[in-house]
Structure formats: structure tokens, C-alpha cells
Design a protein around this ligand. Structure first.
Ligand code: FEO
Length: 172
């Protein structure tokens, strides 16, 4: 496997692992603050990010590279409120999108078209994730800290089809 591509893929593995931990921390905070819908969303989102990481690990190893399982830092324990949580989520996803774009760029520079093809799945996934985070944030801005509104937001999220899909496994 091309070394620059391998390095960029391993960098992405670290980002997906960190994302998974970050959303797990948000899930735990939400659970401890009576926000069951948000907790459900974040637990599933955390699983989804782990699936993104596993898919990359498998790809690197199957292509003759060496996937590096990264150490990840301790995420935050407390968050100010729901709007902060979803603002941080969107910011984080924008950074992940930048990283995916960099990966696409490296693939093109190195003329690694099969990895480029593989990475397109992540390009589409990022579009969806950013759009979803923006939609939640728009709703929370409308609610503007109103407690009843936040209760309804969380309850809607608990019953929503907007929950991330539960990934079925690393080869799905
Ligand atoms: Fe896998 Fe949300 O980035």
C-alpha cells in the first residue's frame, strides 16, 4: 500500500476512534441529565463512528498495510447544555469532513484510485452527518433554552427515525 495513503488512512482511523469516544461522553452526560432521547442518539452515533473506524482498519489490513489502533484522549465529562452539545458535534463533524477531504486529496495525488473509490462512502456519510447536526442545531436555536421545548426536542429524538442506523458490522 502507498505509504502516504496508509498514513492518511491511519490518521482517519484515529479521528473516527476519537469521534466514537467523544459521542460516548455526550451520551453519558445526556443519560445523567434525564435526556434519554439525546443519550440514545449519542450512543448510536458513537457505535456508528466505531463502525467507521473498523471499516478503515479492515480496508488498510486487507490492502497489505498496517492499521494502527490508536490511543484516544479523555473526552469532556460535562457539557453546558443541549445546544452546546450539538454545536460541538457539528464543529467536530466539520473537522472530520476536512480530514476526509485531505484523504481524498492524498489518494488523487498518489493516483490510488481504488482507495479514492473506497473513501467516497465517507464523503457521502459526512454530508449526511453534517446536515443532521445542522438540522438539530436549527431546532435548538428556535427553542432558545425553553425548558418545555427542550423536553419535547429530547422526546422527539427518542422516537425519531433520525436516529443513526445501528451498524451491522465491519464489512457492511
Ligand atoms: Fe465518522 Fe462522523 O465521522
Amino acid at each position: 500500500m502507498n505509504k502516504r495513503v496508509e498514513l492518511a488512512l491511519n490518521d482517519q482511523i484515529e479521528k473516527e476512534a476519537s469521534s466514537s469516544q467523544y459521542y460516548l461522553a455526550m451520551a453519558s452526560w445526556a443519560e445523567n441529565n434525564g435526556l434519554n432521547g439525546t443519550a440514545k442518539f449519542m450512543y448510536l452515533h458513537s457505535d456508528e463512528e466505531r463502525f467507521h473506524m473498523l471499516k478503515l482498519i479492515k480496508f488498510v489490513n486487507e490492502r497489505g498495510g498496517t492499521a494502527i489502533v490508536p490511543a484516544v484522549g479523555q473526552p469532556a465529562i460535562n457539557f453546558e447544555n443541549l445546544e452546546t452539545v450539538f454545536t460541538l458535534l457539528l464543529k467536530h463533524e466539520i473537522k472530520v469532513t476536512e480530514s476526509i477531504n485531505n484523504l481524498v486529496d492524498v489518494c488523487l495525488q498518489e493516483k490510488d484510485f481504488s482507495t479514492h473509490n473506497f473513501v467516497q462512502w465517507y464523503v457521502s456519510e459526512q454530508l449526511e452527518e453534517e446536515a443532521l447536526a445542522r438540522m438539530f442545531l436549527d431546532k435548538l436555536r428556535l427553542i432558545d433554552g425553553d425548558k418545555g421545548g427542550m423536553y419535547m426536542f429530547d422526546r422527539d429524538l427518542e422516537n425519531s427515525a433520525m436516529q443513526p442506523t445501528n451498524p451491522s458490522g465491519p464489512t457492511a
